[in-house]
Design a protein around this ligand. Structure first.
Ligand SMILES: C[S@@+](CC[C@H](N)C(=O)[O-])C[C@H]1O[C@@H](n2cnc3c(N)ncnc32)[C@H](O)[C@@H]1O
Length: 218
């Protein structure tokens, strides 16, 4: 059992579910970059961890130099590791970390509305469906109209939680572009397009409450 979120990232070395999830997330990021019009592409990553999904994609992507990204992550060790990767890719002028609270809207000011919003490893760490709906509602502050939103949701105890996420996304003005389950069958990865209007000011300062703990990550 991982004792903190830094240790949780070690599971990427051993867990097929996480490895397959990462591969699909990178495919979807790559797809979104390919589908973006010429020019600047703004990306935000909510609870970004060490950024391996975005940074691993940019390492081999022709549009890397067009990407201006903000990654928001609370754990300083993960931020440090992510920043080292950014430096090694020569992207330090375009990609920044905020070592801070991703639930607070002010940490996104200047970086949104984004063309691509990455919300991976977040939906399973919300207290309930009310919180999920609240976060989905607040994504209108992070997302441009037409933005791609890439997300993950694990299943547990035989409950296909990703079905609920897809239903709620449909009801919150997100159109499904693609959805896959990992080959392990217990992790959903989706890419949706936001078809609503961008909301220039957030409805509330706290976009959501992250209530998960690493030893019970979902
Ligand atoms: C399940 S991990 C997902 C990390 C990354 N998105 C990924 O998919 O590899 C959840 C992440 O959220 C971070 N986190 C938890 N609460 C946070 C908060 N309030 N603000 C920013 N990051 C937070 C943790 O430190 C951890 O890195």
């Amino acid at each position: 059992m991982p004792k903190d979120w830094f240790e949780w990232h070690d599971l990427y070395n051993t867990e097929p579910k996480l490895q397959q999830r990462l591969q699909i997330v990178r495919e979807y990021i790559s797809y979104s970059l390919n589908a973006s019009p010429l020019g600047k592409i703004r990306v935000v990553s909510v609870c970004a961890g060490d950024g391996r999904d975005l940074l691993g994609t940019l390492a081999n992507h022709l549009r890397a130099k067009d990407v201006y990204a903000r990654l928001v992550e609370l754990n300083p060790n993960l931020v440090e590791r992510g920043q080292a990767t950014i430096a090694s890719l020569g992207l330090a002028k375009q990609i920044e970390y905020i070592n801070g609270d991703a639930t607070i809207s002010s940490n996104y000011v200047g970086a949104v509305p984004a063309d691509i919003v990455i919300v991976c490893g977040v939906f399973g760490n919300l207290a309930n469906e009310v919180e999920l709906n609240r976060l989905l509602g607040n994504l209108s502050f992070l997302s441009k109209q037409g933005a791609f939103v890439i997300w993950t949701r694990g299943h547990s105890n035989g409950i296909p939680y990703s079905k609920t996420v897809r239903k709620f996304l449909r009801e919150s003005r997100f159109e499904e572009v693609n959805f896959q389950l990992t080959a392990t069958g217990d992790m959903g990865v989706g890419i949706h397009r936001y078809i609503g209007e961008n909301v220039a000011a957030p409805k509330e300062e706290h976009l959501f409450v992250f209530s998960g703990i690493p030893s019970q990550a979902r």
